[in-house]
Ligand binder design. Sequence first.
Ligand code: ADP
Ligand code: MG
Length: 416
Amino acid sequence: MQTDTREAATGFASFDLDSRLAKGIAAAGFQEPRPIQTQALPAALVGRDVLGLAQTGTGKTAAFAIPAIERLLEGDKPGPRVLVVAPTRELAAQISAEFESLARFTHLRVATVFGGVPVNRQRKALARKPQILVACPGRLLDLMGQGLVRLDRIEVLVLDEADHMFDMGFLPDIRRILAALPAERQNLLFSATMPKEIRALAEQVLDGPLVADVAHTERLATIEHALYPVAGTGKLALLKHILGEGQLDSAIVFTRTKHRARRLAGQLERSGYRAVALQGNMSQGQRERAMDGFRERRFDVLVATDIAARGIDVQQVSHVVNFDMPQTTDAYTHRIGRTGRSERNGKAYTLVTADDHGLVAQVERRLEMSIPRREVDGIESVSFPRAAVQSSGNQPSRRRGAGRAGARRRRRARAR
Ligand code: ADP
Ligand code: MG
């Protein structure tokens, strides 16, 4: 039979999954597990807690969705039995879509709850007794307060994009949700970075977790980083130069504020670019139109703030341009995580002014490489300190392997 051959051919066969789930994985076009999945699945499938560290776009969703679905298929009990908490509506919607895709050959139902839309539709979805609930913290607490959702049957808790939960101020909400869950449960926590607040949360929530860590090893090599020292007034001209050169598939341009995102998108549009803003002052509908338009290639340039672009999975982003230097090294890592997927080469270009050199030095230490400085003819450069890290060109330094492994061991030790 055709399907049997295909199932047997996938690298997921070794996990011995329920055939309905295996069929869903094959139908989604997944042939080989991604590194985060290879590391996380064996532990998660036997019910162990997992701490998963990996950048955006590395396949974290399936790393928790597959073991969650497998568990739900093992016995038919009333739910919801799986709760996924995610920081933004866009992420919650993406996660639900992935669950629905992987579980398409099963009877499992997914409900998605997030704010900014009327409660009614979500109330109906809850009334259909979903086994899987994907939620943003605020709306979930609202619904809990109204007695519209029960969490006493949750067997698996997933906290996705935990670092964003923290920097969006959701940790108190998370703690209230945790208090409403049965103590006996499996916990899967995923994050791209590991600030100390998330380490503390992980220690509190996870019990003897397997640490799946591909945060620093994946995909960095396929990204070309560069710095463009420039006076603030020259940024727009420089950006247009960058967007005009080479093969621009599509670009995400990051600004420091919502206002700057809106203004810059307008300026690019007036210069003939198919550009659109994505920032937190836009309505839910406007944000969806911007994202859909960018995904469907009606826009080539998405001008976004960090918060608005959290975790968004857009295939084939060729350029990430930091119009403004991100404010932390973690933010730099997150932003460039949008490009350089799989075999494609991504470009991560940062426009820097004289004030940015402290953060640039931190980023270079984190990446353990020097980022090349570039100038563009006709656009005035500003003086900018040389790299703090001595390594040649854009190659990771030789120390990198040892340093990473050491950092990982330390992190792992702390996570226990
Ligand atoms: P993350 O949560 O780490 O940002 P996602 O889970 O959104 O990443 O995955 C990124 C993309 O890769 C999605 O489109 C997803 O469907 C796809 N994907 C995940 N696992 C695989 C796989 N094993 N093979 C092929 N594609 C995959
Ligand atoms: Mg994700």
